[in-house]
Structure formats: C-alpha cells, structure tokens
Design a protein around this ligand. Structure first.
Ligand SMILES: [Zn+2]
Length: 280
C-alpha cells in the first residue's frame, strides 16, 4: 500500500484571477505523472468529523460547529452529481491514523481501511505543518490506485472561523475559513490533485493555496466527473483522468497582501512534495 499527503497553503488573491482553460483538473496518481489515478472503487466513503464545536458560536457563516462545516463541504461535492457519495458523520470510533503500517494502519500514518477521520492536530503525525493549514493523506493500492482511506489533518495552531468571501485578516493574522479548506481537502479524498502545481492556470478550489474561491468551480466539478463519471455529465464537463499540457503563468499570483507573505507556503518546501511509502 502507498500513501501520499497533500496540503493546502494560503494565498490571498487581491483581484484578478486567470481565465479558465478548457480543462485543467488533475488527478492524484500512483506515481508522478504516470500510473493510474487514485480513486475509490466503491461508490462512497464515510467521513468521520472529530472537529467538534468551537468556544464561540455561531461562526461567521452562522453555523454552530466545525462539524457542520465539514458536513456542508461534503454535501457540496455530493450535489454535483458524481457517481460517488461522501457520507459525513459526526464522531464515532476514533482510530489515530498516525503509526507505522501494520495492525490498525493500512498505510503508514493512515488508520484502518475505510476509516477517514477529519480532525484537528498539532502536527501531521509528527511532521511540522509549516505554513500548511490542512493535509490529506491518501492510502492506495500501488498497482491499481484503488483508494483505501484518506484521513484529513487540520492544523490546530492557526486561526479558524467559517465564512464566505475574501480571506480575512485580523491584526495581521489570517483567519482561515474551515469550510473552504475542508472542501479542498475532500477533493483530495476523492482523488484530485492541485492544478496549479501541475502547470495549470484555472479557477478551482483544488488549487494549492487558499484564495477568495470558496465554492466548487466548474473545473473542480469536471475533475470529480473524470474520476466518478455518472452519465450524463453536465454540459461542458470535461472528463478523463489527465494532465493537461497547457503552460500556466504565475503572473496572477503576484498581487499578494504583504503581511501574508510570511504564511505562504514556500514552493519546494518538504511539506509540499508528495511522498509515498511503498511496501518492501
Ligand atoms: Zn491540497
């Protein structure tokens, strides 16, 4: 079994966003730019939220718990009509994903097969978050790409709330919107990767950095259908697991709020790279 973590870092985009290429979504693959896409072979997965309730409610968006935002994010994906159902639940038996592969850990740092907890943590199984706000580790069969589980780790040590619209900054500290971050992480749970880290320029929740994008975009929906086609796909939907060859420019990312530069994830940092662990 193999696993690969993906994280989401912060980006504050002041104004312009790039025009969307016809297709830009990218699937997670068993290896590099080749190999099968990671995908669940069954029609759904249970997601167990252990995020709980913050001290001060309601949150900005009116919700009364972190869990509710996880449920809402799952239902956003469910609403697009892909042939896969995220089944969000609150609590349940908790199995710590962290640990070496073996009893109770189908992959290194993932728990039992089919167990997909979403929880706040101080570190991603001992690895520092750096400027990553959340990460998902996909455990999969290295030959087929069949997903086995995908725990979601949420950085406890940044400021959280839940709201729509532009990224908020209070006293130079970013207040992260849990809803959009979880929406992004659930895209990894489904098997999607970051378009912007694969030379794509597209408006998508699946880009690697937080932005004012707070809901699924057309490209995210296309990516979902590429992995879980459910005929007929919406008009204009592009399907097919692919890496698109369009060359992206990063010119759109230059308008960054100066105080936020310090929390942007550094390109090439160890936490950014996908890592895999293989069976001997
Ligand atoms: Zn990500």
């Amino acid at each position: 079994m193999s696993s690969r973590p993906r994280g989401l870092a912060l980006l504050a985009l002041l104004a312009l966003v790039p025009p969307a290429p016809a297709s830009a979504f990218v699937c997670l693959r068993t290896q590099g730019d080749s190999g099968p896409c990671l995908r669940w072979v069954q029609g759904g997965a249970v997601l167990k939220s252990f995020l709980g309730v913050p001290p001060n409610v309601p949150l900005i968006n009116g919700t009364l718990s972190w869990d509710q935002n996880a449920i809402n994010a799952a239902n956003d994906w469910n609403a697009v009509g892909i042939a896969f159902h995220l089944d969000p639940r609150v609590g349940g038996d908790f199995f710590d994903p962290c640990g070496p592969r073996g009893a109770g850990h189908v992959c290194h740092n993932t728990g039992p097969a089919g167990d997909n907890p979403i929880h706040f943590v101080d570190s991603a199984c001992g690895g520092g978050f750096g400027d990553i706000v959340a990460a998902t580790t996909n455990c999969f069969d290295a030959a087929s790409g069949a997903m086995l589980n995908a725990p979601v780790f949420v950085n406890r040590n940044v400021d959280w709330n839940a709201y729509d619209g532009p990224i908020r900054v209070v006293n130079t500290r970013v207040v992260h919107d849990l809803r959009r971050v979880i929406l992004h992480e659930f895209g990894h749970v489904l098997g999607l990767d970051h378009p912007d880290e694969n030379d794509q320029a597209v408006v998508a929740i699946m880009n690697s950095r937080e932005s004012s994008v707070d809901r699924l975009q057309a490209d995210d929906v296309s990516g979902g259908f590429s992995l879980y086609p459910n005929a007929p796909a919406p008009s204009g939907t592009n399907t097919g697991c692919q890496l698109v060859a369009d060359v992206a420019t990063r010119a759109w990312w230059v308008l960054i709020v100066p105080p936020l530069l310090g929390v942007m994830r550094r390109r090439g940092s160890p936490n950014r790279r996908a890592t895999r662990s293989r069976l001997p």
